[in-house]
Design a protein around this ligand. Structure first.
Ligand SMILES: Cc1cc2nc3c(=O)[nH]c(=O)nc-3n(C[C@H](O)[C@H](O)[C@H](O)COP(=O)(O)O)c2cc1C
Length: 194
């Protein structure tokens, strides 16, 4: 199999992070991969905010966790996501939906057709780039709801995010704590050849 495809297949969602911050030159390469993601009509409207402030990331991670369980019983959303790298759906003791990642990226876009697709393209490019560089990463949803809180609005203002941009998702970055997760099998029947 092609070496790059083998790499893509060996990517995992990482949720256990070391405290150690990622190096600036490593982060820079991951961000470049994000900027070179495709965008609908070459709009290039996705904007990436890098936050390495522990307190802010923890506060936003807790808010993101609350959004996930708001108005839903834990049982209704509980699931087995990963035994090796448990998610907030697996472990009720985890209350930080950013899992203590030392770097949290938030992807903002200008609302419009394809804005979520654009953000997801950026996120996936950066997730793969991180993996290629030996950095653990995870995609996190619910950014818009997280930032619609009073605290989120305040932080967004402090960050100087241009007016009209909306947060879509996050990418967590950090060095993995513990062994590489086991590969997850993929469901059968998801390719239809016609
Ligand atoms: C759209 C999307 C949203 C996701 N949201 C979360 C999330 O909020 N929290 C989380 O821990 N993982 C999240 N993930 C990661 C998935 O749980 C993970 O990709 C999935 O369990 C498959 O595992 P793998 O990435 O290791 O193959 C998300 C992934 C995608 C594509």
């Amino acid at each position: 199999m092609n070496e790059m495809i083998e790499k893509i297949i060996s990517r995992h969602a990482i949720r256990k992070f070391q405290d150690r911050q990622i190096e600036e030159e490593v982060l820079e390469q991951i961000l470049q991969a994000g900027l070179y993601a495709p965008s609908a009509g070459n709009n290039q409207r996705g904007t990436i905010v890098v936050c390495q402030n522990k307190e802010i990331n923890l506060e936003l991670g807790k808010l993101n966790h609350c959004v996930m369980f708001k108005g839903r019983s834990r049982k209704a959303v509980s699931n087995t996501v990963s035994a090796d790298q448990p998610s907030i759906l697996d472990d009720p003791a985890i209350t930080d939906a950013f899992y203590g990642a030392p770097t949290v990226l938030t992807i903002f876009t200008r609302p419009g057709v394809y804005s979520h697709d654009d953000a997801a393209m950026i996120a996936e490019n950066m997730w793969l780039a991180a993996h290629f560089l030996g950095v653990g990463a995870c995609y996190i949803g619910r950014a818009e709801e997280t930032f619609s809180s009073e605290y989120g609005q305040k932080i967004q203002k402090e960050w100087g995010v241009p007016e009209g941009l909306v947060p879509v998702c996050h990418v967590l970055l950090g060095y993995r704590e513990g062994p590489e997760p086991h590969a997850k099998s993929r469901k059968d029947g998801r390719i239809i050849r016609v």
